[in-house]
Design a protein around this ligand. Sequence first.
Ligand SMILES: Cc1cc2nc3c(=O)[nH]c(=O)nc-3n(C[C@H](O)[C@H](O)[C@H](O)COP(=O)(O)O)c2cc1C
Length: 385
Amino acid sequence: MKGILNVDDFQRAARRRLPRIFADYIEGGAFSETTLARNRADLEALRLRQRVLRPVGEPDLSVTLRGQKLSLPFGPGPVGFMGLYRHHGEIAVARAAMKAGVPSVLSSFSISGLHTVAAVTASVPDFQLYLDRDPEVNSERLETARKVGVRRIFFTVDTAVTSVRERDVRNGFRALDRVTPALLWQFAQRPAWSLDVLRSGFPQVELAAGRPEYGRGALAQARNLSSRLEKNLTWSMLSNLRSQWQGELIVKGLMDADDMRQARDSGADGIVVSNHGGRQLDHGCSTISKVKAARQAIGPELSLYVDGGFRRGTDIIKAIALGADFVLLGRPFAWAVASGAEAAVNHLFSFLGQEVAITLQLMGLRSIKELSLLGEDAFEASSLS
Ligand SMILES: Cc1cc2nc3c(=O)[nH]c(=O)nc-3n(C[C@H](O)[C@H](O)[C@H](O)COP(=O)(O)O)c2cc1C
């Protein structure tokens, strides 16, 4: 991938290829985008300790999550509509993740759904679940996941309402259910994207395809699927889900220690410390600032994931040192897919893995395991507050 050295390069490449409405949808955060910026600022404020004259060699980047060995400590989180950013976007991410030796998490709002991705990638992705108001619809979704052989469900709980993302309001993203002249103009300015994605008609969300009540085309379906989400999520729904799902259950979107303890007590196998990439509660905390408290709240046994603003190997190292088991990245995978399909996602895995490896070596460490054991001693004490 010529000229692409890091995630920022992918972000710029994606913006050059995507119609503005989608580039803004991916990048944007809620209201004044304060939480969005804070995720990055707090990661950057942490300073790592440089240690020298130690044997380092080729570092071991593997981690073990509830008995499953993964080659890297990071991977793709659930991002809706990947197939809108590039034809077969979900498949590109799933294939690259399989090759990298980590799971991918398929969003409920995917163009290619569970059946398709599992059929063509020889690996079953993890599945992200949004609860619909209709319990029957939820049972159906769980049944599909069971049949396909899904190992983990990520139950997203931070979207009882969809927050306001002003870039989307300006672009008319939520109000769109047909292709307007203004949108056609944007598509015309991005011919490579248009030819690729629109070649077989406007994409459909697989979960909604063949169901006229959700409308036609991904944009209308997105709006209708979102409007049907359960707005009154409660802890008893989590307990219910626990009794219906025998596989791993990970609760995604927790930021408060009391909620984390309650998730553990409700039978969750793990949690994702997440503020939805700064897209929901504005003026909230950064996710990195909550990792240590999260580990204390849930204890050593549960899986601890974190996401939100992770762009560099150094960011990933910081989360692991504070107690996370695994880091999810959202936008970087969307940007890679938009820029260059599966080869681009392979490239993202490759340079981020290299960044993690080099950082470990320069800290005098030989493995992610050693880093976890080192804990807060990985940091210059004055940068921890
Ligand atoms: C364009 C976009 C779509 C997303 N769609 C979903 C989704 O369908 N389900 C979900 O649980 N989270 C979704 N998220 C949130 C991500 O899973 C993740 O929490 C967030 O993107 C992490 O922050 P990062 O993008 O800075 O890495 C989405 C995020 C973005 C940017």
